[in-house]
Design a binder for this molecule. Structure first.
Ligand code: NAD
Length: 496
C-alpha cells in the first residue's frame, strides 16, 4: 500500500517499532512554511522517555535484521528508492512547504537522496571480510565485517532529505538499526517522511525509529544514549563538538560533518564566463544555505572590477520570492534568527569598509508579514577579517576579496578554522592543481564550484568541518566493525 504524502497528513506522531505513536507527554511543535510564514503542520515534541523507547526498539530489532541475507537488505533499499521515485513530486512539494526549497533544490534533493540510496544498496554485497597470514605456525586469521549495532542519525534542516538519507540508508543496508532525529526546522522531510517511505518496503518493525523534538531538550539524551554505537551528526560545528564529546564519553563512534567557510579562487587567466556561471549558482542556490556553498570569492586584482560588476549583474537578474513559484531562483531563508544573523554580518561588513554592490535587504512578498526572503547580495572591497567573510554566513551573500598572487590567494583561503569544500578557476591546470593541493580543505573542485556530492566518492571535512567521512566504503567503515577470528589448526607451542 502506498502512502499519500502531503503536508496535510497527520504528522503528529513518532515512529517507533513500526508504529505511529504519540509523544509521552503529548506536546507538539509547529512547522512553519518559510515562504508564507503560516503554520502548516504539527509534529511531536518528544521526551526522554520517548527517546528511550526508540532505542529499546532499535536494540530489539537489530540482531535479526543484521542476520538477514545481503540480497534481502539490498531489496529493502531498492524498494526505498522506488518509493522516493514514486513520491518525488509530493516530496518536492513538502521540501518547499517545510524548508522553503525552490524547485531546483527539491529536484536536486531527490536526485542526491537516491544516489545515496543506490550506493547504499550495493553495501550488503560489499561487506567483505579479509584473510590475514599469521606469524604463528598453523594459525589462520579471519576478519569478519559486521554491523556496529545502533546508529544514531542527527540531521540538519538545510538539505534534510538527502542529508538524512546519506546516513540512514547505508546504516540500515549494513545491518544496523537506526534512531533518527531530524532538525526542528525539518522534522518531516528530514525525519518522519522516512517512516512513511520505509513503510512501503519490507523493512522489519523497529529497525528505523524516528523521534522529533528540540535539540536543546532531547539532544543530549540522544547523543549520549548508552545504546548508541555510532552517532552520525551533520550540523553546525558548535553543536557538533558538544555532540562528539557526549558520544565519545559513551564510546560511541562520532561521525561528524560540520560547518564550512568555502573559498572560490578565480585566477587572472580563468575563463570568466564559466567562473561566473559557477559562482552565481554556488552563492545563491537554495539561498546560500548549503554547507558547501561559496562563502568567499577570492579574485585576482586584474579581473576584480569586471568580476564584481558581472557578478552583481547576475545577482540582480535572479528571481526572488516565494519558493512556491516554479520560476523562483532565490526563496526564503529558513527562519528569522538565521535571516537576521546574516543581515547583521552584511551590515557590520559594510561598517568595516566594504561596498554593498547589490542586495543587503529583505524582499517583501505580498500578503506575507515579515518576509524571510533576502535579496542576493554582492559585497566588494572585502577583507578576510570582515564578518561576512570570516563567519559561515549561510545566506545569499557573495563577499568578494581581491588578491595579487597565488600565494596570497591560498593564504586567504586557508585563513579559517574550517576545511570543508572549495573551488579554483584557472586556465592552466597545473596552477589550478597546485592551488587545489595547497587549499586546506576536505574537498576541492577545479573549474567548477564547491557544491558536489557523489555517493560513491568519499566526502569529508577537516579541521572544524568534521571528523570522519561520508559515502561509500569510507562511511561503511564507520558503521561496521571487523572481528578477528583466528583458528589454530595444529597444536601450538605454549612452553613458558
Ligand atoms: P545545528 O547544529 O543547529 O543542528 C543540527 C542538528 O543537531 C539538529 O537536528 C538539531 O536539532 C540537533 N541538536 C541541537 N542541539 C543538540 C544537542 N545538544 N544534542 C544533539 N543534537 C542537537 O545545525 P543546523 O542549523 O540544523 O544546520 C546548519 C549547519 O549544518 C551549518 O553549520 C552547515 O554548514 C552544517 N552542515 C554541514 C554539512 C556537511 O556535510 N559538513 C551538511 C549540511 C549542513
Amino acid at each position: 500500500m502506498t502512502n499519500d504524502l502531503t503536508i496535510d497528513d497527520d504528522w503528529n506522531a513518532l515512529y517507533i517499532d513500526g508504529d505511529w505513536v504519540s509523544s509521552e507527554e503529548g506536546e507538539s511543535l509547529a512547522v512553519e512554511d518559510p515562504s508564507t510564514r503560516e503554520v502548516v503542520a504539527e509534529v511531536p515534541s518528544a521526551t526522554e522517555a520517548d527517546v528511550d523507547a526508540a532505542y529499546e526498539s532499535a536494540v530489539a530489532a537489530q540482531e535479526k535484521w543484521g542476520e538477514q541475507l545481503p540480497a534481502q537488505r539490498q531489496a529493502v533499499i531498492q524498494q526505498l528508492m522506488e518509493a522516493v521515485d514514486e513520491h518525488s513530486d509530493e516530496i518536492v512539494e513538502l521540501l518547499t512547504e517545510e524548508v522553503g526549497g525552490t524547485h531546483v533544490m527539491g529536484h536536486t534533493s531527490i536526485h542526491i537522496a537516491n544516489d545515496h540510496a543506490g550506493e547504499a544498496a550495493t553495501l550488503p554485497r560489499r561487506m567483505k571480510g579479509e584473510h590475514a597470514d599469521s606469524n604463528i605456525p598453523g594459525k589462520e586469521n579471519l576478519l569478519k565485517r559486521g554491523p556496529k549495532g545502533v546508529v544514531t542519525v542527527i540531521s540538519p534542516w538545510n538539505f534534510p532529505l538527502n542529508l538524512s538519507m546519506r546516513a540512514v540508508a547505508p546504516a540500515i543496508a549494513a545491518g544496523n538499526s537506526v534512531v533518527l532525529k531530524p532538525s526542528t526546522n525539518s522534522p518531516i522531510t528530514g525525519g518522519l517522511l522516512f517512516g512513511k517511505l520505509f513503510e512501503e518496503t519490507d523493512l522489519p518493525d523497529g529497525v528505523l525509529n524516528i523521534v522529533t523534538g528540540r535539540g536543546s531538550e532531547i539532544g543530549d539524551s540522544i547523543a549520549s544514549h548508552p545504546e548508541s554505537d555510532v552517532v552520525s551528526f551533520t550540523g553546525s560545528t558548535e553543536v557538533g563538538q558538544h555532540v562528539a564529546g557526549l558520544a565519545g564519553e559513551n564510546l560511541a563512534v562520532p561521525a561528524m560533518e560540520l560547518g564550512g567557510n568555502n573559498a572560490f579562487i578565480v585566477t587572472r587567466d580563468a575563463d570568466l564566463d564559466n567562473a561566473l556561471d559557477a559562482a552565481t549558482f554556488a552563492s545563491f542556490v537554495h539561498q546560500g544555505q548549503v554547507c558547501i556553498s561559496i562563502n568567499r570569492h577570492i579574485v585576482h586584482e586584474d579581473i576584480y572590477d569586471e568580476y564584481v560588476e558581472r557578478l552583481t549583474e547576475r545577482a540582480e537578474e535572479l528571481i526572488t520570492g516565494s519558493a512556491h513559484k516554479p520560476d523562483t531562483d532565490v526563496g526564503p531563508i529558513i527562519d528569522e534568527s538565521q535571516r537576521d544573523e546574516m543581515l547583521e554580518y552584511v551590515e557590520s561588513t559594510i561598517e568595516a569598509g566594504a561596498t554593498l554592490e547589490t542586495g543587503g535587504e529583505i524582499v517583501n512578498i505580498d500578503d506575507v508579514d515579515d518576509s524571510l526572503v533576502v535579496a542576493p547580495t554582492v559585497l566588494s572591497d572585502v577583507t578576510n577579517e570582515m564578518s561576512a567573510a570570516c563567519n559561515e554566513h549561510f545566506g545569499p551573500i557573495a563577499p568578494v576579496i581581491p588578491f595579487s598572487d597565488v600565494d596570497e590567494a591560498v593564504e586567504i583561503a586557508n585563513d579559517t578554522e574550517y576545511g570543508l569544500s572549495g573551488a579554483v578557476h584557472a586556465d592552466d591546470l597545473a596552477v589550478a592543481k597546485d592551488i587545489a593541493e595547497r587549499m586546506e580543505t576536505g574537498n576541492v573542485h577545479i573549474n567548477d564550484q564547491p557544491i558536489n556530492d557523489e555517493a560513491h566518492v568519499p566526502f569529508s571535512g577537516i579541521g572544524a568541518s568534521g571528523m570522519g567521512s561520508y559515502n561509500s566504503d569510507a562511511f561503511l567503515h564507520e558503521i561496521t566493525e571487523t572481528k578477528w577470528i583466528s583458528i589454530q589448526h595444529e597444536p601450538r607451542d605454549y612452553s613458558l
